[in-house]
Design a protein around this ligand. Structure first.
Ligand SMILES: Cc1cc2nc3c(=O)[nH]c(=O)nc-3n(C[C@H](O)[C@H](O)[C@H](O)COP(=O)(O)OP(=O)(O)OC[C@H]3O[C@@H](n4cnc5c(N)ncnc54)[C@H](O)[C@@H]3O)c2cc1C
Length: 489
């Protein structure tokens, strides 16, 4: 029996309300679960806006089950939202949106029997920064071996979308999962593990939010008994990507590093129309040296006069893992939009060099075509393949290396959507690239038929698991319908 109380004010609201929503009506409660009605959801990049009928704020498993029951009774779709940092419309629904931010418990880590590390179980509203701090305070200190750059996003978002860092051997965040529990469309809590059902577990690890509301994830973490030496340099583009052996040099560097990442902005000096002939290079290697006191680097004058990248400093420092993986970029004001893909790197890395050289030129042409287009950038990293069936870096060969490449611009840059669609189309044609799901890709011409062809049997396999958990398509929104339900009766 549903009991609906309309509260005069929002004082009973859960403490953390996502700030990306403008509250439509006062908070209400259904069976102990707070929700507001008519909120306008806008994502971080500002390129997705939608009014939702209800935005729920659960804090317990029972709350999730109430929401599912309400959605089933009211015949509504359900999509979760974490920090709203995805650029695709994956978190959007006009029906029932669920803010998972109040689902933020972290359980005590457990050592693995075989001594190969530890696991930690967490609810999916946990912020990356919260888990980092929790693991660092543990005795012994623990850490994830790789992570996304920002620490303000949440695990439900980064795991369900197959996000990644730069660590070559750590692959994607979804590859770190050892167990997952998800509340399905019947309100049942289903636990997924390799031992229980490898096929369903594979689907759950990168599920796009399509198997239900993820309640917990258990991740493999490591004892933080090494640090990372982070070396930043600013070499010329030509020295990295031009010449007959450029690919092999790049390959050698990527293989010898723990992680490698490049950042590029088109103007050498801010607001001056001189093309940048250098590229920022970050390299991480493991070390047993002690971490440095990072406060001694505070307040250094910027080496780069582009305000978005002004925190970058050439040099080499030893840092604890989380400090090394999350480096600050941005000016604190400007948000960005981003289109990115994964493509398989040739054995000689020639296609990676070609892609970079071509993108630098295309980006220069776009950026200089109008003054309002000057805030663009390019970023790319390399990771080994994922075995998760819906990963854009999926490969049967675990040693295959994928380039995760992005083109980005300040939010609302005129023409960026069309420009980035052309870039992604080109990567698809030339390199058989697959869009990284949280980035901009839905309006790339022909992308859905292409993805249906490319993911083919893996889509079919995923759909089998999905339909067993969500026969009526409660968790399908407009992002995913063309991929999973297009030709269904
Ligand atoms: C500045 C910036 C830097 C970035 N850097 C990286 C990077 O280094 N590497 C990388 O791979 N990506 C990166 N991204 C992309 C980002 O990691 C993803 O968009 C990620 O999904 C964001 O997490 P979120 O908490 O904002 O999730 P949201 O965008 O809020 O949600 C993402 C998806 O997860 C689903 N979801 C969330 N919680 C649950 C749950 N409990 N159950 C079911 N579904 C759920 C949502 O429905 C949605 O489909 C970056 C994004 C930005 C804005």
């Amino acid at each position: 029996m549903t009991k609906l109380d309309i509260l005069p004010q929002a004082q009973d609201a859960k403490p953390e309300v996502i700030t990306i929503c403008q509250v439509g009506t006062p908070m209400a409660i259904v069976d102990g679960v707070s929700f507001s009605a008519g909120d306008v959801f806008t994502n971080y990049g500002g390129n997705q806006t939608i009014q939702t009928e209800r935005l729920f704020y659960p804090t317990t498993l029972q709350d999730l089950q109430v929401i599912i029951r309400e959605a089933r009774n009211d015949k509504k779709k359900v999509r979760c939202v974490g920090s709203g940092h995805s650029w695709s419309s994956t978190a959007a629904t006009p029906d029932y949106q669920v803010s998972v931010n109040g689902m933020n418990k972290i359980h005590a880590p457990a050592p693995l029997m075989d001594g190969s590390g530890w696991t930690v179980k967490l609810e999916t509203g946990v912020l990356v920064s919260e888990l980092d701090a929790f693991l660092r305070a543990h005795k012994p200190p623990l850490a994830l071996p790789s992570n996304v750059v920002p620490d303000v996003v949440r695990f439900g978002g980064i795991l369900s979308m197959g996000c990644h860092g730069a660590n070559l051997n750590a692959r994607t965040m979804s590859d770190m999962i050892t167990e997952m529990s998800i509340v399905n469309a019947r309100g049942e809590l289903v636990t997924y593990s390799e031992a229980k059902d490898p096929e369903a577990f594979n689907a759950a690890c990168l599920n796009l939010g399509l198997l239900g509301i993820i309640y917990t994830a258990t991740l493999k973490v490591e004892a933080m008994n090494t640090r990372l030496r982070v070396t930043d340099s600013y070499p010329t583009l030509d020295s990295q990507f031009k010449g007959a052996d450029a690919g092999l040099r790049l390959k050698a560097m990527v293989l010898q590093n723990d992680s490698t990442e490049f950042l590029y902005w088109p103007f050498r000096h801010f607001m001056k129309p001189e093309q940048n002939d250098s590229i920022w290079l970050k390299q991480w290697v493991r070390t047993t040296e002690p971490a440095e006191d990072l406060t001694k680097y505070e307040g250094l004058p910027p080496m780069v006069d582009n305000p978005f990248f002004s925190t970058l400093q050439v040099g080499s420092r030893v840092m604890e893992t989380p400090d090394a993986l999350h480096f600050p970029i941005g000016d604190g004001v400007t948000t960005v939009v981003d289109a990115g893909v994964a493509f398989k790197v040739d054995n000689d890395f020639k296609n990676a060099c070609e892609a970079v050289n071509e993108l630098v030129e295309k980006n220069w042409a776009f950026t200089t075509s109008k003054p309002e287009r000057m805030g663009t950038a390019i970023e790319f990293r390399f990771i080994k393949a994922s075995n998760k069936m819906l990963s854009p870096a999926y490969d049967k060969d675990p040693e295959a290396i994928y380039c995760m490449i992005n083109v980005m611009a300040a939010s609302a840059t005129p023409g960026f959507k069309e420009y980035s669609e052309g870039i992604v189309s080109n990567w698809i044609q030339k390199y058989n690239a697959k869009p990284h799901w949280p980035k901009m890709w839905e309006s790339v011409p022909g992308v859905y038929p292409y993805l249906r062809r490319e993911y083919a049997d893996r889509l079919y396999r995923f759909n089998r698991v999905r339909k067993s958990q969500d026969p009526s398509g409660m968790f399908i929104n407009d992002t995913w319908r063309p991929l999973f339900q297009e030709n269904e009766a």
